[in-house]
Design a protein around this ligand. Structure first.
Ligand SMILES: [Zn+2]
Ligand SMILES: [Zn+2]
Length: 164
């Protein structure tokens, strides 16, 4: 059992997670690039029962995913603008936290077994993807849930060097 807390920049919104997440997704899609204003989103996905809001009232922006047509609910601080976590129409029962909001982001255990990189096809050219970790050009599964086979590299790869 392992617990951690996190929150927004101004401290109005605070949460606690009572366990490590089931999986960690590094998403390079344009939605995540734009929403984070950064290279990609690192999103641990917690069971909703392991996640508790302990302070504050997030404002919610609802975004319809271009890929699935399903709604994504971005929970952010109305004071400081920090995006803290998101929930999903497609994955009810799961809470995706923005890793950088953890008080100790390195509390999170990220291994080749529990993590993956998705949407490499639109990743920024300088982005490195690690060796031995599943990498997908787009989603890891089709809309009906059928898994898609990953790429796995023996050495770290820079997206801009990958031709396929
Ligand atoms: Zn705040
Ligand atoms: Zn994304």
């Amino acid at each position: 059992m392992s617990a951690a807390q996190g929150g927004c920049l101004c401290g109005a919104i605070r949460y606690e997670v009572s366990n490590q997440p089931a999986k960690v997704t590094m998403c390079h899609c344009r939605f995540c690039q734009r929403a984070t204003g950064s290279a990609y989103m690192v999103q641990p996905a917690f069971d909703a029962s392991d996640f508790a809001l302990i302070a504050g009232h997030p404002k919610i922006y609802t975004h319809v995913s271009e890929g699935s047509g399903k709604e994504i609910f971005i929970n952010f601080c109305n004071t400081c603008g920090t995006k803290v976590f998101q929930t999903f129409e497609r994955f009810a029962g799961s809470v995706g936290v923005y890793r950088g909001t953890l008080d100790d982001p390195n509390w999170l255990k990220v291994t080749p077994d529990n993590s993956k990189h998705i949407f490499l096809a639109v990743a920024q050219n300088e982005t490195l993807v690690p060796a031995h970790t599943p990498v997908f050009k787009e989603h890891a599964a089709q809309n009906d849930g059928t898994p898609i086979a990953p790429m796995v590299f023996d050495t770290p790869q820079k997206r801009g060097d990958l031709t396929s």
